[in-house]
Design a protein around this ligand. Sequence first.
Ligand SMILES: Cc1ncc(COP(=O)(O)O)c(C=O)c1O
Length: 406
Amino acid sequence: MNTTTDTIISRRAAAIKPSSTLAITARVRAMKAEGHDIIGFGAGEPDFTTPDPVCEAAVNAIRAGMTRYVPVPGIPEARAAVAQKLRAENAIDCEPDQIIISNGGKFSLYLAIQAIIDPGDEVIMPTPAWVSYQPMVELAGGNIVEVPTTAESGFLAAPEDFAAAITPRTRAVILNSPSNPCGTMYDPDAIRAICDVLSSHDRITLISDEIYERLVYGGREHLSPASLPSMSGKTITINGLSKAFAATGWRVGYACAPASIVKAMSKLQSQMTSSVASFTLPALVTALESCSEEVDRMRGAFERRAALMEQRVSVWPGVTCPPPMGAFYVFPDVSSAFGRTSAGGRTISDAGSFAESLLEEAGVAVVPGDDFLGCGPNHVRLSFALDEASIEDGCSRTGDWLGRLT
Ligand SMILES: Cc1ncc(COP(=O)(O)O)c(C=O)c1O
């Protein structure tokens, strides 16, 4: 860093790492634009387009003049539609005043953390964990307490691991099921057992990031912690349009929390973004009320891709990987490649050099796992949000590349 940058950029901004997953997506986009033949397993976004009725609802709203400021947490119809969805699909007993709609699940999470975390508070999270939790907690002055998990357990933490991590400073636990980056999820009994531990601690709020809730495979069931009576008054549930409705660019997410927390989040949102774009709110209502079939169709495609991915990765020489259960990621251990040399003469020493060499030599983009909190250098993340032919192509390129390591 040069002196000028040192003096003009705040310590807070300087300390934050840019989102590595968005950086890889941008790099793949740029390489493709230059004419390179790249298979991108990097992007954390569905390759489908947003369902037509959702797009039409937004266009109609714009044409009808819905282009002005709207209430900070969202128009009443949209908050009611979210509350209705959470009651009907997630068994969460909630009212519209417990809902706030924000610019993506990401900003919902940011507001939730800003609303409840004071400097010095501890936030427990199982790791490996999604890239953005740590910067968000640190921007609030909080300290992360990791609960490390292993591939052998499917990257799932046990209730006693949470119990052991709790201290008098613990203010929140972040749970992300199904998980990015691991592609695994907690079954309902595991959620109940974890909540049994948390419910006896008055000061602890659970932040349950359920952005991948609709994308679960093999007949698995997602249980929302806030549906448990002991947790309903101490859980912030996060969700949004991005993943289930193939709407990452719309930036529409929401949170459901006790009304006092939603009020605090609203106050913060009023000073930061005011609200989401007004015309996305009727589109959110349409998505939640009338697009279940489209979501099921996309989920079915992801389920087929998950099976294909599992099968193709299982034949890569030396690579091990828990089977995907939800979201659209696999998180294989590639450490058997470390210490070896690629056909292009590169030494593979960690997930970063693995990903770099694979991209340069085979045209396959993956995300090094060490960008995810608590992962260590052994894993890479592959997203299967791309068509089956590309999955086949990318997996055979990777298998061939691995087979030529010496
Ligand atoms: C685990 C997790 N939570 C939250 C988000 C935020 O999604 P969005 O802001 O697009 O709603 C993402 C996006 O990648 C994610 O992977």
